[in-house]
Design a binder for this molecule. Structure first.
Ligand code: APR
Length: 232
């Protein structure tokens, strides 16, 4: 059994599928203020605005296609003879649509709906409305199943456990600006994992190795080296 690989991905993984990142010059946060569309307070204040923002992102994610990087990660997970944990900050379903399994969405999924009254989750309609009744309790407290700023990311226990049982930490296409994900590379180093960053440009965080380039080039290249036994 080969060493465990823990992979954290961010918006850069889906950038070449046409989904915008957040902090680039043309990033989502350039024309939408976080405090208007990505906090519980924003949803309380103007739920329709928040629903419109996530209906737009859901439609964009649904129209996007998985790229070579998503497909390479699904291939790694299928062919590598050790555990591969895929943790993503992304809320699109492009990894799943490329065949990846058990993807851990620590910031939720724009394809999911959540009832704030009873915590029931279901597949979101393309056009979600605040008034949509929960299929379980019937209340109209429907929100996108997204972890907003100020809320606790999902699956942190599973993430911690996977890190403790891995030998290599790989960060793909994330600026490392948002905690707790931003702290995973340091946690990995403290646990004795090797650390690698695959990014268009180095984020500046500390890694044992950094490979710069677009995800659709550097991720498939790296995966083929791992599968031919040249890496890890
Ligand atoms: N290939 C690889 N990496 C890329 C590419 C590409 N084609 N294009 C951009 N990147 C990299 C950038 O270099 C940057 O490091 O993707 C990263 C995008 O950074 P952000 O826009 O900050 O996105 P991310 O790191 O995923 O943000 C984390 O912040 O706003 C919250 O919840 C949101 O999950 C998000 C979190």
């Amino acid at each position: 059994m080969a060493g465990g690989i823990f992979i954290l991905s961010g918006a850069g993984l889906s950038a070449e599928s046409g989904l915008r990142t957040f902090r680039a010059a043309d990033g989502l946060w350039e024309d939408h203020r976080v405090e208007d569309v990505a906090t519980p307070e924003a949803f309380e204040r103007d739920p329709e605005l928040v629903q419109r923002f996530y209906n737009m992102r859901r439609a964009q994610a649904a129209a996007a296609m998985p790229n070579a990087a998503h497909e390479a990660l699904a291939k790694l997970q299928a062919d590598y003879d050790g555990p591969v944990t895929l943790v993503t900050q992304n809320v699109d379903d492009l990894l799943e649509r490329s065949g990846a399994r058990e993807v851990i969405h620590m910031h939720g999924s724009v394809m999911g709906a959540l009832c704030s009254a009873c915590d029931h989750r279901w597949a979101a309609p393309m056009e979600m409305r605040v008034s949509d009744p929960c299929p379980s309790c019937g209340m109209s407290h429907t929100r996108p199943d997204i972890v907003w700023f100020g809320e606790i990311p999902y699956h942190m226990d599973a993430i911690q456990n996977a890190l403790e049982n891995s030998d290599l930490f790989v960060s793909i296409g994330t600026s490392g600006m948002v905690y707790p994900a931003a702290g995973f590379s340091q946690m990995a180093r403290q646990l004795g994992l090797k650390t690698l960053e695959l990014n268009l440009e180095a984020s500046g965080a500390m890694f044992d190795a950094v490979i710069e380039g677009p995800a659709t080039q550097v991720v498939p290249d790296w995966v083929s080296r791992v599968l031919s036994g040249k890496e890890i």
